[in-house]
Design a protein around this ligand. Structure first.
Ligand SMILES: Nc1ncnc2c1ncn2[C@@H]1O[C@H](COP(=O)(O)OP(=O)(O)OP(=O)(O)O)[C@@H](O)[C@H]1O
Length: 262
């Protein structure tokens, strides 16, 4: 069974090379997790007292200001970070997609990178070999696929990475935004594959600042604030509370029609 159970989890980052005295003023800043200065070294309390249970079919949006703890929570859910206090129990095959560049080697060709990146995301060599043709076509990179990745532009790299990421079959998909570096026409094409990917995966947790993408992919939301869960519930309700207005009101009729929210 695919499941995530987190109980009273905290994640602290001790900062060994910071000057505590000057940091005391910084606690007043609005953005970021709380900075504790009582200990011998300053400690950033990135996540505090997080409890949540997610099950198959859950599609959760992670929202909140810069530094609120969204990326740290995704890393906790992926097992990259262990909780400093509390527990997290995760069952299922996880595909963490935080940084599209991770798992890519600049010295080998695009085609070889497709294989390597797929293995990194938990696929078998055979599964990836069956998908290479489809991914290659999707990227529209043509002969570039035979050249080393270092010869690619940023957008070309994102095309390749998105092609691979949207071809996998994860049980738990953890997605961090950062997929904006492609042109609009390509993004529209990637969006369809992304929607398909999410339908195939058992569970999704998606950190993003794009209301449109969130409505397209998620049904519930967690609002993170200073390392804590401030609200967890229906996507539209949580986004409305976070923004102080209904997010659907500002959207064009075409977008609303696509989202099925006329
Ligand atoms: N490796 C680290 N070392 C020290 N502090 C960290 C580290 N990673 C994150 N933090 C701190 O943890 C807090 C939460 O950061 P996190 O990256 O999770 O926020 P976020 O909600 O993803 O922000 P954004 O929307 O800007 O990406 C911040 O105060 C940040 O300074």
């Amino acid at each position: 069974m695919v499941s995530i159970d987190v109980r009273n989890a905290c994640v602290d980052f001790p900062i060994f090379d910071a000057k505590t005295r000057s940091l005391k003023k910084a606690v007043l800043g609005k953005v970021g997790g709380k900075i504790g200065t009582e200990a011998r070294v300053p400690i950033i309390e990135a996540l505090q007292d997080i409890s949540l249970s997610l099950r198959d079919g859950d599609r959760v949006a992670l929202i909140g200001h810069n530094g609120a703890g969204k990326s740290t929570l995704l890393r906790l859910l992926s097992g990259i970070y262990e909780p400093t206090r509390g527990t997290s129990e995760i069952h299922g095959k996880i595909a963490p997609v935080f940084d599209l560049a991770v798992g890519m080697d600049p010295e080998i060709s695009g085609l070889e990178n497709i294989l390597i990146r797929g293995l990194f995301l938990g696929m078998t060599r055979k599964q990836m070999q069956d998908r290479v043709e489809d991914i290659s076509q999707f990227t529209e990179l043509g002969d570039y696929l035979h050249l080393p990745l270092r010869t690619y532009s940023t957008g070309m790299r994102v095309r390749l990475a998105l092609g691979v990421v949207t071809s996998i079959d994860p049980e738990i998909l953890l997605l961090d935004e950062g997929i904006g570096a492609v042109d609009a026409a390509f993004m529209a094409k990637a969006r369809d594959r992304l929607v398909d990917l999410v339908r195939r995966s058992g569970m999704l947790v998606f950190a993003s600042h794009s209301d449109e993408l969130l409505f397209e992919l998620c049904n519930t939301a967690i609002w993170m604030d200073e390392g804590r869960i401030k609200m967890h519930g229906d996507l539209r309700e949580v986004l409305t509370a976070y923004k102080g207005r209904d997010p659907l009101e500002g959207m064009s009729p075409e977008t609303l029609e696509r989202l099925g929210e006329k």
